[in-house]
Design a protein around this ligand. Structure first.
Ligand SMILES: Cc1cc2nc3c(=O)[nH]c(=O)nc-3n(C[C@H](O)[C@H](O)[C@H](O)COP(=O)(O)O)c2cc1C
Length: 405
């Protein structure tokens, strides 16, 4: 693999020398790019000696004889390398990456780069906890970049708290994981449902739920980043469809069911993250209901059970259901797994403090047919999405090994 190591202007810049050694030991070619700030802390010569390559230190060549190819080096570096790791990623670099600023070599190259990105931030605790930094991090996570969270401890500024660069070994392991994880869904079609459904009561009213669609959209982003062709069927949410997905917007459970079965054939994995309404009004009045009586009773009928039908018709496809529960998570995920013939059920607690709906984070419990439960600890929904696909792929390998399927 050819890796670009971007070094930002923080005290931890010197630790990237160790990271270079670990990456070279793993057989990677390493091209170092230093920001002007980084050069205040470590001299380019250190990295040039370790990598045996010229270190890129500025966007504009100081050499008046420079050729066009050297002048557009940032595009060349972006095209020739397979992965970008930035260590330390300063608060400034996170802000620039998140917002698409391109005022030096590293930030310009970042925009031209289409491969996986690993960011290892390091900074003072207050800078790390600042709302601006946290919001930039969320943007970058949602973009599919892997963030190696800093450690807690004594910082160079004297403070004790989060912000210390993760150990170089841990950053190298994140690079390994990113390389391994990339493209492991190449050539596959993954069908994902997301968001709530809206079941009309009359032309202006509907029954719905508080699902934001964030988990389903994070799953779609993760699957697309891993090379899958993604078909995302979504109820109404306030999110932009992830890039590169085939996007199908629906309102009702019935529409969702119909679109799912129209798109089922090429799918090898189905993830049903949508919070589908269980009941609807089967005969919706054509005019707005009037406030005439003191009390209104509505007789609701069950909506189509999409997951159960998929369980019957899935064939060799891997079927992953979601269980949004307010209590007895373990029991309910297991029950749903059996009842709907799923291969995995992702259980999450909803409602109340720390509930999954509307939040950018989630923690889930995966129920497997083996009887095993896997707890995925609290993390951004994008990271949880990748953990879910890691487990889906492991599960499939296991199914192949045991059934020859
Ligand atoms: C002594 C010193 C240490 C610094 N350490 C950090 C740091 O650890 N993390 C950080 O985000 N910024 C740190 N800064 C601030 C950055 O150097 C500054 O924001 C700079 O503009 C970053 O440039 P760059 O992002 O292009 O590398 C430090 C500044 C100084 C003077």
């Amino acid at each position: 693999m050819n890796i670009v190591l971007g070094v930002g202007g923080g005290i931890a810049a010197y630790k990237s020398a160790e990271l270079v050694r670990l990456l070279i030991e793993r057989g990677h070619g390493v091209q170092v790019v230093m920001t002007a700030g980084a050069q205040e802390f470590v001299r380019p010569l250190t990295f040039a000696a370790l990598t045996g390559r010229k270190v890129v230190t500025s966007l504009f060549s100081t050499n008046s004889e420079s050729t066009l190819s050297s002048a557009i080096e940032h595009i060349g570096v972006a095209q020739e390398n397979d992965l970008l790791v930035v260590s330390p990623a300063t608060a400034d670099l996170l802000a620039k990456f998140a917002n698409g600023l391109a005022d030096d070599f590293l930030t310009t190259m970042y925009l031209a780069f289409t491969g996986p990105v690993v960011l290892a931030p390091a900074m003072n605790s207050n800078m790390w906890l600042h709302a601006a930094t946290q919001s930039n991090l969320e943007t970058l996570r949602r973009r599919g970049h892997r963030i190696v969270d800093p450690e807690e401890g004594q910082l160079a500024c004297g403070m004790v708290g989060p912000g210390r660069l993760a150990a170089p070994e841990q950053i190298a392991m994140a690079v390994d994981a990113e390389i391994g994880r990339r493209r492991d869904l190449d050539g596959e079609t993954v069908l994902i449902t997301a968001g709530p459904t809206q079941e009309p009561l009359d032309p202006v009213r509907y029954i719905s739920n508080r699902s934001s669609g964030k988990m389903g959209y994070a799953l779609a982003e993760a699957a697309a980043a891993r090379g899958a062709k993604v078909v995302l069927i979504s109820g109404p949410v306030h999110l932009a469809p992830p890039r590169g997905c085939t996007f199908i917007a629906v309102h009702t459970a019935r529409e969702m069911r119909d679109r799912v079965f129209e798109n089922l054939q090429p799918a090898s994995v189905i993830v049903k993250a949508a919070a589908v309404a269980d009941f609807h009004l089967s005969k919706v009045p054509s005019q707005k209901m009037k406030k005439t009586a003191a009390r209104l009773s509505l007789e609701l009928d069950p909506t189509p059970d999409i997951l159960a039908e998929l369980g019957r018709k899935k064939g060799d496809r891997l079927l992953v259901g979601f269980a949004a529960e307010t209590e007895n998570l373990q029991q309910e995920t297991r029950r749903k797994l059996e009842a709907k013939n799923c291969d995995m059920v992702v259980g999450n607690l909803v409602g109340g403090e720390g509930g999954a709906f509307e939040s950018d984070q989630n923690e889930v419990l995966l129920a497997l047919r083996s009887g095993e439960f896997i707890a995925v600890p609290r993390a951004s929904k994008r990271e949880v999405a990748d953990r879910i696909f890691d487990e889906i792929l492991k599960l499939r390998l296991h199914i192949y090994a045991t059934n020859g399927r």
